[in-house]
Design a protein around this ligand. Sequence first.
Ligand code: NAP
Length: 322
Amino acid sequence: MVTMRIAVSGASGLIGSALTASLAADGHEVVHLVRREPRTPAEVRWDPMAGTVDTTGLAGCEAVVHLAGAGVGQRRWTEARKKVLRDSRVLGTAAIARAAAALDPRPRVLVCGSAIGYYGDTGDAWVDEDSPKGTGFLADLVRDWEAAADPARAAGIRTVHTRTGLVVARSGGAWAPLFPIFRAGLGGRLGSGRQFWSFIALRDEIAAIRHAITTESLSGPVNLTAPEPLTNREITAAMGRALHRPTLAAVPAPVLRLALGEFAGDVLSSQRVRPRRLLDSGFAFSFPHIDEAISAALDPALPGPGGKGWPPSEAGPEEDEH
Ligand SMILES: NC(=O)c1ccc[n+]([C@@H]2O[C@H](COP(=O)([O-])OP(=O)(O)OC[C@H]3O[C@@H](n4cnc5c(N)ncnc54)[C@H](OP(=O)(O)O)[C@@H]3O)[C@@H](O)[C@H]2O)c1
């Protein structure tokens, strides 16, 4: 296998830490783009707000994977928080794209994290990469976030936007808090439960990003979601099965809106996303079904793309008592 020098922003996050572990396990040289003073030779400084990147540290990178951005579900969406969500992605992406375009030689590919929030609330209708943008804050944000990579595109760098669904993982992201809730027997459908959730196992997410790095035919938006999205009601039942707990609780939509504010709209909205470009480019999901995705999240010993025990962060102190 040919190894590469690959720069990754947001490398400390859920997806970034699993990706960098997977790449390093396969012998790739990983450069971490960090927002603080670098502590090791493998770290390179960037400042998304100031729009600066230490391009000398990126010399020789053949691929750049940009995953940085303030957490969408971590806090209530006040106007101030929305500005942080937006600026961290739009200004950050523009800075990375300009830096990639300025390198000589240029990287062959820029993979930018993105989200299925682009499609808005689409009810029961299937959507794929050719579907139009939806409405709402997230849809507008994703449009601007993806457009911010234009300097890389203009420089001829193959640019992929990984429109990611709900990542099924125990160690971070929007799904992680569901595990203790369901384990406590307090899990249940959210709102009507009829809304579709387009999910993806963390290991498939990482494999798909790696597929995007190496698949020359891929550019533009690529949906990173399992092929068979399910309703919230069906996923609730699957969580109950996996954790051997009842799922009789239900959280009515008004309560969710009170608790989460505008972000509740994201949890309650329906997105039935087809990963058409991934499938057309020959990507094979290892965990296409929800039961497999949940089992993979619960099983720290399951081999992943990086080998046995991958990713290390899931084998940490957070052992499942089940
Ligand atoms: N997890 C999901 O279910 C999911 C679904 C759809 C889309 N996505 C998107 O995929 C990307 C990666 O997701 P993730 O789950 O790995 O996210 P994450 O765990 O929240 O990590 C994101 C990383 O971004 C950096 N970051 C945090 N605040 C920032 C700020 N204000 N400005 C710039 N960088 C900041 C941090 O890395 P450093 O401290 O190392 O810089 C952080 O670890 C994100 O853009 C996310 O929106 C994720």
